[in-house]
Design a protein around this ligand. Structure first.
Ligand SMILES: NC(=O)C1=CN([C@@H]2O[C@H](COP(=O)(O)OP(=O)(O)OC[C@H]3O[C@@H](n4cnc5c(N)ncnc54)[C@H](O)[C@@H]3O)[C@@H](O)[C@H]2O)C=CC1
Ligand SMILES: O=C(O)CCC(=O)C(=O)O
Length: 633
């Protein structure tokens, strides 16, 4: 835990849009006008006045007077407002409730809003009425709100300045808020620093004048070495997304409070090495190579997300040795690839790749030459994993007889027949489709020999990885007429962006369907991937859970108890004992401990009591063979 500076400066915190996510008066109008036809229009008018007042465009006193003139509220509406506001406390304030409780008497809520609704909301954070400085409503005999107490300094222009002068605080004062009136406290010399709070709203005029911009209250606590709920402010976590994953991914990361940068298309090794400094989370698809050189430049990398199935483009061992787990989306686009393969099989069997361009050129070529039904034909699936086995089921439904070959033992689905060798499959199949993974040993798995062993006139599909097939050998058997056609979605070299042209020997060959690596490019798959991968990564960041990481020992953790220590180390004997020796020497009580190792690394999670001396953290960082260490509070 960071050391607390003594004494803690006085904190002057604004209420509307800072302590809470919303403006109290806007919400009060919304409540008071529920069910009225003019609700939307009046609330919008009040909001506009609030905004003009907050950005300094309109005199504050005018903005307040005009808003109250529009407000048709009564005393009973205030109780409803309080309940609503309790549910709208800013996320980072809510999560750091413990901080407010720990420092009674140092935090003032100074607001141009109204005491009647502020007091009960901040009371839940241990802030008592004498530390709330705000306006007060006036009411008529029927409890209608009629206006505000005009003798209150906060109802006047420069009200916060007047109020701070009256307070006459001795010692450093920091002001936090989203509005111009908060900045004015600093301008008048009544605060030593002004922090523009942008978690809920960003006003350029206010940000421009701030000493610091705070995307969250965590950032304030972190900068000032004050006790906080998180070990690290989320707004400091930088995400770099390449190759256009669905925008939902960026949205989820932003919702979590991370900073997100996107680069359309891919980056080559040098470009990525130059961009990766300071990046905590890297998101890529199939093209970007995460190499040793890239990892060397990655000084803050916490996790890599492959927004796809294949992870052959990533140096998985290199990541592991750097303490970086990699997460992919192992089944989010499976069905999309299966549907594409099935469509391609039928298109090739009917020689559509030749007929379609002819029609576009005005040529009517009605003939049955070389066209056949797929019913009863033998489909040979090479690689019977998630995609291969799903294709097996769907293909049988349209009458194909399935043969498969896999290097691993696999559950045989439906009536599929297992082949003991690749040769056995090649000799029988009318259609051969590749669904192996992209491991290096699969480079040129299909070359001249394998094609020669296929039946004359057979069809060939590669939706797996480009380097798995010798493209020149494929082009030769298509030109010679030995194969009846091919569909290819993946290539040894693929253009980096849609602006780069596609070069291949396969271009222009008869009955060849070429697609630009779109096997998984459907709305459904991309949306699923864009949710699946960020969820895994955020779970890892927040809890240490490595479930479904492709390179890390998988640990699914129970709910965190008190503090959680996350320790990644080289897998050599004695590290766990060293960790526990440090804990024992500092009399730290262990509530739970979980360890998993693989041949390279060990991953230990230790939940400990809330009470511990800060030196224990440094001592754990210094344990020999540590790769990475972090604490979750
Ligand atoms: N075109 C596209 O857009 C897409 C392509 N893919 C590619 O498809 C591949 C397969 O995906 P999944 O089925 O989800 O993976 P998976 O890991 O479930 O299945 C791969 C299977 O291939 C087997 N295999 C590996 N090498 C082999 C070999 N030499 N001979 C026979 N079997 C072998 C494995 O034992 C495993 O059963 C991915 O790794 C990826 O490269 C995946 C999604 C989209
Ligand atoms: O859509 C992509 O970028 C890659 C799809 C793919 O090849 C995969 O999921 O492995």
């Amino acid at each position: 835990m960071p050391d607390t500076p003594a004494p803690l400066p006085y904190l002057i915190i604004d209420f509307d849009s800072t302590f809470t996510q919303v403006e109290g008066l806007d919400e009060l109008a919304d409540i008071a006008l529920t069910g009225q036809p003019n609700q939307e229009a009046v609330v919008a008018a009040i909001r506009a006045l609030t905004d003009r007042g907050m950005s300094g465009e309109l005199k504050f006193s005018e903005s307040l007077r005009e808003r109250l003139a529009l407000l048709p509220a009564r005393r009973e509406h205030i109780a409803l407002l309080v309940e609503r506001l309790k549910g709208k406390v800013s996320e980072s304030i809510r999560r750091n409730r413990g901080f407010f409780e720990q420092f009674p008497g140092r935090v003032y809520i100074v607001s141009s809003g109204f005491r009647e609704f502020i007091e009960p909301v901040v009371a839940e954070f241990g802030i008592t009425p004498e530390f709330v400085l705000a306006n007060t409503f006036t009411f008529d005999a029927e409890d209608h709100i009629t206006g505000f107490d005009t003798t209150n300094p906060l109802s006047q222009d420069g009200g916060k300045i007047l109020q701070l002068r009256q307070l006459d605080l001795q010692g450093p004062v920091y002001a936090l808020g989203d509005g111009y009136t908060d900045y004015q406290i600093r301008e008048a010399g009544l605060a030593d620093r002004f922090y523009a709070f942008t978690e809920n709203v960003t006003r350029d005029a206010v940000v421009a004048r701030a000493d610091e911009v705070l995307p969250s209250f965590d950032e304030f606590l972190y900068q000032n070495k004050l006790p906080m709920t998180l070990s690290y402010p989320k707004n400091r976590i930088k995400v770099l997304l390449l190759e256009n994953p669905d925008p939902r991914a960026a949205e989820l990361f932003r919702q979590e409070g991370y900073q997100v940068d996107t680069v359309p298309g891919g980056l080559d090794e040098d470009e990525l090495a130059a961009r990766i400094e300071g990046v905590s989370i890297l998101g890529i698809r199939s093209k970007t190579q995460v190499t040793a050189k890239v990892l060397e430049a990655a000084n803050r990398l916490m996790a890599v997300g492959a927004f796809c199935i294949g992870t052959n483009q990533i140096d998985l061992v290199g990541c592991m040795q750097k303490g970086v787990p990699v997460f992919n989306a192992p089944f989010s686009n499976t069905r999309s690839v299966v549907e594409l393969a099935l469509g391609e099989i039928i298109m090739l069997a009917r020689r559509i790749p030749e007929k379609n361009p002819k029609m576009h050129r005005g040529e009517w070529d009605k003939s049955a030459n070389g066209a056949f039904e797929v019913r009863g034909k033998k489909l040979g699936i090479v690689g019977y994993g998630n995609i291969g086995s799903q294709l097996s089921v769907v293909a049988e439904a349209i009458g194909l007889q399935v043969l498969y070959y896999d290097v691993a033992e696999k559950l045989q689905l439906g009536n599929a027949v297992k082949c003991r060798t690749l040769d056995e499959l090649l000799q029988q199949a009318d259609i051969v489709t590749l669904h192996v993974d992209g491991r290096q040993e699969n480079t040129n798995l299909f070359g001249a020999d394998e094609f020669a062993r296929m039946k004359p006139g057979a069809l060939f599909l590669n939706n797996a990885r480009g380097h798995v097939v010798d493209v020149s050998a494929l082009a030769a058997v298509l030109r010679s007429g030995h194969l009846g056609g091919a569909a290819v979605d993946v290539f040894p070299y693929e253009p980096k962006t849609n602006q780069e042209s596609f070069e291949s020997e396969l271009r222009g060959l008869p009955n060849v369907l070429l697609t630009p690596h779109i096997g998984g490019s459907t709305a459904e798959a991309q949306r699923n991937i864009a949710e699946f991968v960020p969820e895994r990564i955020m779970q890892y960041v927040n809890t240490g859970n490595t479930q479904q990481s492709v390179n890390f020992p998988n640990i699914q953790l129970p709910e965190q108890q008190a503090h959680r220590l996350i320790h990644i180390h080289h897998n050599v004997p004695g590290v766990l004992a060293s960790i526990n020796n440090v804990l024992a020497a500092h009399h730290v009580n262990i509530l739970g401990q979980y360890l998993k190792t693989n041949e390279h690394i060990g991953y230990v999670i230790t939940d400990i009591d809330k009470q511990y001396e800060p030196e224990v953290i440094q001592a754990l960082r210094e344990v020999e063979h540590t790769i990475k260490f972090r604490v979750l509070y």
